[in-house]
Design a protein around this ligand. Sequence first.
Ligand SMILES: Nc1nc2c(ncn2[C@@H]2O[C@H](COP(=O)(O)OP(=O)(O)OP(=O)(O)O)[C@@H](O)[C@H]2O)c(=O)[nH]1
Ligand SMILES: [Mg+2]
Length: 443
Amino acid sequence: MAILRLDAMVAIGVGEKGLPREVFTANLIPHKEGIEKKPFEVKEPVPFHSLDISFTEFTEALESEMGRAILRKTKDKRERAILVSVSLGSKEEQESSIKELRSLALTSNINILGLIKQRPKKLNPKYLLGSGKIKELIITALSQEATILIFDSELTPTQIRELGELTELKVIDRTQLILDIFASRAHSRDGLVQVELAQLKYLLPKLSGKGTSMSRLMGGIGGRGPGETKLETDKRRIGERISYLERELKTLGKGRKERRRRRGESQVPIISIVGYTNAGKSTLLNALTKSEVLAEDKLFATLDTTSRRLRFPREKEAIITDTVGFIRNMPLELMRAFRSTLEEMEDADLLLHVVDASDPDLEARIKTVEDILDEVELLSIPRLIVFNKAELIEEEVGINLSKKFEGLTVSAIKPETLKPLVEVIGKKLWAKGGLKPLDKNSS
Ligand SMILES: Nc1nc2c(ncn2[C@@H]2O[C@H](COP(=O)(O)OP(=O)(O)OP(=O)(O)O)[C@@H](O)[C@H]2O)c(=O)[nH]1
Ligand SMILES: [Mg+2]
């Protein structure tokens, strides 16, 4: 019914002589927030002659309930999303990926209405989901008045179009969600250019030229895509915009190079903080240098690099840089766009790899970060793993982790726990006792 956009249906049975027999009715039930129940009801069949429903009253009551739901919708301007997870991987992988998708959606200020998940033996190439699940998805989305479907996997242009046409909803994938968060968080000229470039490069191959699906594709979340006015621009204009942004990025890169050269000449060692998003990198930088870089319980709070001086005993100092966090399945376009930011890490004498020690998924996340470092050819720089948020775990667990990964445990929110870390950093940067700066080519 929902697929046919019907609110109610009545079937009248016909007896032998063409006389009416039972009457069957079924109708959708308006969704009430927080109450989990079937989105429809099927009434007991009633013999035609004892049918006693006032259809006018019945429809009016239903209408007014649905009407209230519409009213609620206008009060809350956020996108109303159904998350969709289709996975061929293990159950654990799927669950942890869903958890992360939730955080991404919450970071993007999306109202999450529900989740549809499936673990098929084989993916349905057209809709990803099997036909039964697709129906469940449509009914849930309609009854809860969803405005957007967010898939926890990358969708092909055809899948986005087909799903959009079938459901009449905006359809985005995980990559677009991440790009969207970056778009809403970028502040510096550098960041803005890098993110717009990544968005356009991601969308360009997905443009099929179809009017409606194209605007659905380009709209982004709450219209935060690459801009409403650009909806009408064709591929050629997008191509032009991409070349413009690339030139712009090059110009911006020159200034950065100059800064780096001056920094290199000053012989002050450089430490780069890297790690999974939300691990506590900015909090650690703040605690170490007594500064106030924005740190919050959101994914990708930091997009722009920030450098601070870190003082050591005996007049020594280093520059410590906070950077953008990493995430599993980091969109390739984003990685490319942020290459210039990552390039800054190339100059580092030491990478502090911050890990959230309380994260049940920490080993997989360490690997994700190391894989990305490998991809951008930074694995040759000396690294030190720092297990943060140590006050949230048992001491023994922390000790074992430190042993296994030759790392250290700290609590960035408890500055008194940082002393051993500063000592180890000092030892790694300066040969024991001496003041000689680390030879950059020896590592
Ligand atoms: N319990 C606890 N929470 C911490 C600690 N360090 C950081 N946090 C919290 O973890 C959350 C993320 O911290 P951030 O410093 O913003 O993390 P980040 O790694 O910079 O994250 P992004 O910039 O978003 O990639 C914040 O809510 C911090 O308050 C810690 O030692 N213990
Ligand atoms: Mg940060």
